[in-house]
Design a binder for this molecule. Structure first.
Ligand code: ADP
Ligand code: ASP
Ligand code: MG
Length: 414
């Protein structure tokens, strides 16, 4: 008998009718011989609604109380799904994170899971229950409710699958798998049959929200096989698992667009040891994640430093940088509030040269100026003006994926 963790996202439990359909799917899975644990998100739009309510009352609401508030969305859907399962004659029981001791640190809004006590789930399963778990939430050592970060019901599902040594974790969502680009933005996007954990981590980190980044990291660490699939159909989805030889033959698996980036430049700073640490230390201390960093070649002992942050972090990052710039006698601080980061990801880049050159050529042919470049073993990211983001994504998709892509001619690594 297989143990399967299902995870249903916001759209999948977004209405009474959708919850009815989910209950039927779960019962079908159980009738075919599986034991099922179902992790649910809040109903579509609910978490945003709760955040907005808090900000109407206070511009900067307390993090602990915010978690008490925004974790309620998942409580509602867990109870509703359980009620429906029971109405269909299926024994079922719901649990909140504190009832399962999904223990986390105390970083409200982005808490990390430390451990899960799987005993209660296993006991309930033994009594032939479907177990329904509220996603996105945890509890800290002092009994405070925490949340795990936006989109983190995926993480609850994978963490439970790891703790229960489940055979499979199925992520049910509103698309029928992982695509070569966001199918809602790129009409040519194709569904992938399989993708490696590493590639999925890159895609997730670069803005493909179909899986939350930390959930993929955890799946890789504990070797949890994932299947991303639609809650609206029976179509097989996309397997996410260990890389195999065939995957390395695929040059580019996906293209992403992150339209929520801002760029900051500190101009005319001394080119000497300690300056970068002086700039980025205070930013890191404030919990702001800096993404791409470029330091220009030094001229006359002076240099420029440019970096990107998530757009939501621009105001605090700018305030900190302006402070530091004054202290270190920089010539000035410039910023661009809205830039786009477009990336291509593929395990095949490890063994094929020339991908970056081809990507730059494609952008040049479209008259798109590249403002920043960053690469890793299996990805190339460029920052371009906001209005070029979608065109750049579509052009790169067409070049590397749209027409049955081959490694660039004469560029194959030996
Ligand atoms: P859920 O509420 O089920 O967790 P999400 O909205 O978090 O669903 O994630 C699904 C969405 O991810 C899709 O509707 C799609 O727009 C977006 N997405 C972005 N990139 C991709 C991709 N490469 N493949 C599939 N979906 C993607
Ligand atoms: N409801 C939470 C959110 O909107 C968690 C999730 O859906 O995964 O971020
Ligand atoms: Mg999601």
């Amino acid at each position: 008998m297989a143990l399967i963790v299902h995870k249903y996202g916001g759209t999948s439990v977004g209405s009474v009718d959708r919850i009815k359909a989910v209950a039927e799917r779960i019962i079908k899975s159980q009738s075919s011989g599986n034991r099922v644990v179902a992790v649910v998100s809040a109903m579509a739009g609910e978490t945003n609604r709760l955040f907005a309510l808090a900000s109407e009352l206070c511009p900067n609401p307390d993090a602990r109380e915010t978690d008490v508030l925004v974790s309620t969305g998942e409580q509602v859907s867990a109870a509703l799904l359980t009620i429906r399962l029971q109405a269909l004659g299926q024994p079922a029981i719901s649990f909140l994170a504190h009832q399962l001791r999904i223990s986390t640190d105390s970083n409200h809004g982005r808490a990390r899971i430390k451990s899960i006590d799987s005993k209660r789930v296993l006991q309930a399963l033994e009594r032939r229950n479907i177990v329904v778990v509220a996603g996105y939430q945890g509890v800290d050592a002092d009994g405070n409710i925490t949340t795990l970060g936006r989109g983190a019901s995926d993480l609850t599902a994978v963490a439970l699958a790891a703790a229960l040594r489940a055979d499979l974790c199925e992520i049910y969502t509103d698309v029928d798998g992982v695509y070569t680009a966001d199918p809602n933005l790129c009409p040519d996007a194709r569904k992938l049959a399989r993708i490696s954990y590493e590639e999925m981590m890159e895609l997730a980190g670069l803005g493909a929200k179909v899986l939350q980044l930390r959930s993929v990291e955890m799946a890789k660490r504990f070797n949890v096989p994932l299947m991303v699939r639609s809650s609206f159909s029976e179509i097989t989805g996309t397997w996410v698992g260990q890389e195999d030889r065939e995957m390395e033959d695929v040059l580019v698996s996906g293209v992403t667009l992150d339209n929520n980036q801002s760029k900051i430049t500190i101009a005319g700073i001394d080119d000497r040891p300690g300056i970068a640490a002086g700039i980025f230390g205070p930013i890191a201390q404030d919990g702001i994640v800096v993404d791409m960093i470029i330091q220009n070649a030094s001229a006359d002992g002076r240099t420029d430093m440019t970096f990107t942050v998530a757009r939501a972090d621009l105001p605090p990052a700018l305030a900190l940088v302006q402070d530091v710039a004054r202290q270190i006698g920089a010539a000035g601080v410039r910023h661009e509030e809205h830039v786009a980061k477009v990336s291509i990801v593929g395990a095949g880049m490890r063994s094929h040269a020339g991908v970056a050159a081809k990507a730059f050529e494609v952008l040049a042919n479209h008259g798109i100026n590249i403002e920043m470049i960053a690469t890793s073993e299996i990805k190339i990211s460029v920052v371009v003006g906001a209005k070029f983001g979608e065109i750049a994504m579509q052009a790169l998709h067409e070049e590397f994926i749209g027409r049955a892509a081959q490694p660039p001619a004469a560029a194959k690594a030996s």
